[in-house]
Design a protein around this ligand. Structure first.
Ligand SMILES: [Zn+2]
Ligand SMILES: [Zn+2]
Length: 390
């Protein structure tokens, strides 16, 4: 693995930054301490321009080296509302019920390492825009930064980022063009009938019979309305109705999630859901109210930037260690950037370790793997060198 020597030399400092951020996790739009630490380090490295408070708690740094194009590199800073369970961890969260369980502490440390090296060596011509965003976990910090003028205040030709991935070897990397992460929409459905005695069903309008028919009918959106080669998940994950054994309730409440890689599939799903709901309402003589909430769009990598990242990854990790990124049904707000500018979102392997054999993302025992910090920082640098050649 051809990690940049200078970055390997200061990797103990990258670990120290990560452990400090890990120990002080902050939830979406509350990343005040983390953002202040990031901004202070960027100034210490000699980043030419540092702006705080972009899109809430976001930080933008700019490193310039002569006239030329601009690209952006992105990290996320927020933690999750999870109680950390690893008792023996010296840098365990000191904030009860909050934890860096998705590795955003590591993403931030990798980008800080890249920033430090880029300031020292300036191995590029043009501008590197460092984007440290808030609120990736469900609160669309990327969109908040875009809405706050990220790309008008700091125009870029492309944007690059990466997520650590448990289950991929440490020292390996995965990248591909096209859709790599799913869109995540949500829905809630209220079925309202007329309750009454369970022994006199002819006098009620039963929301449970209607609701169960609806759950079954919704399965046909993926199996009968969607092209078999398109990807769609429609999962009803909650069904609440009734309190006792001899009463048919007035209403039933359902909720669930929709995942797909193509916004037109998502729009068609909403339309079918509403049509099926109207049909069930007529059939069972109940009211059915559908709330469909569009979430993060699909994350779709651009061809040119994905090819560039692949070349950079081969430089850093070696050809055998660079895999084809398999599409996953997770969602990621990097998708908002990719709707605005070309770019690529790849995976850096986090390894298979973990004290309880369950070190997956969002797990209370999860930890970012410090051993991959130098490789990730080096990858960012090699991307800059290729995108902004001297
Ligand atoms: Zn996450
Ligand atoms: Zn994450």
């Amino acid at each position: 693995m051809a990690v940049i020597n200078r970055i390997a030399a200061f990797s103990p400092e990258m670990e120290a930054w990560r452990h400090d951020i890990h120990q002080h996790p902050e939830l979406a739009y509350e990343e005040h301490r983390t953002a202040a630490r990031v901004a202070a380090l960027l100034r210490e490295f000699g980043v030419d321009e540092v702006t705080e408070g972009v899109g809430g708690t976001g930080v933008v740094g700019v490193i310039r080296n002569g006239d030329g194009p601009s690209i952006a590199l992105r990290a996320d800073m927020d933690a999750l509302p999870i109680e950390e369970m690893a008792e023996d961890r010296t840098y365990k969260s000191v904030h009860a019920g909050k934890m860096h369980a998705c590795g955003h502490d590591g993403h931030t440390a990798m980008l800080l390492g890249a920033a430090r090296y880029l300031c020292e060596a300036r191995p590029f011509r043009g501008q590197v825009v460092l984007v440290f965003q808030p609120a990736e976990e469900g609160r669309a910090g990327a969109k908040a930064m875009i809405d706050d003028g990220l790309f008008t205040r700091w125009p870029v030709e492309a944007i690059y980022g990466m997520h650590n991935m448990p289950g991929i070897d440490a020292g390996a990397f995965a990248v591909a063009p096209g859709p790599v992460m799913a869109a995540a929409d949500r829905f809630t459905i209220t079925v309202t009938g007329h309750g009454g005695h369970a022994a006199a069903p002819h006098l009620v309008r039963d929301p449970i019979v209607a609701g169960t028919a609806l759950v079954t009918a919704l399965q046909t959106i993926a199996s009968r309305n969607t092209k078999p080669t398109d990807t769609l998940v429609v999962s009803v994950t909650q069904f609440h109705a009734g309190d006792t054994g001899n009463v048919i309730p007035d209403s039933a409440w359902l909720a669930g999630t929709v995942r797909h890689f193509d916004s037109t599939v998502g729009q068609a799903t909403e339309q079918r859901m509403r049509a099926i709901a109207a049909g069930i309402a007529a059939t069972y003589n109940v009211d059915v109210d559908v709330q469909y909430i569009t979430g993060y769009p699909p994350t779709v990598n651009w061809d040119g930037p994905a090819a560039l990242v692949r070349e950079a990854a081969v430089d850093v990790f070696g050809p055998e260690q660079v895999q084809v990124q398999a599409p996953a049904m997770f969602a990621e707000d990097f998708s908002y950037y990719l709707q605005q500018v070309p770019g690529c979102y790849a995976y850096i392997g986090n390894g298979h370790g973990g004290p309880h054999g369950c070190s997956g993302l969002h797990n209370p025992f999860y930890d970012f793997n410090d051993a991959i910090l130098p490789g990730g920082a080096s990858l960012f640098v090699r991307v800059v060198e290729r995108a902004l050649p001297k």
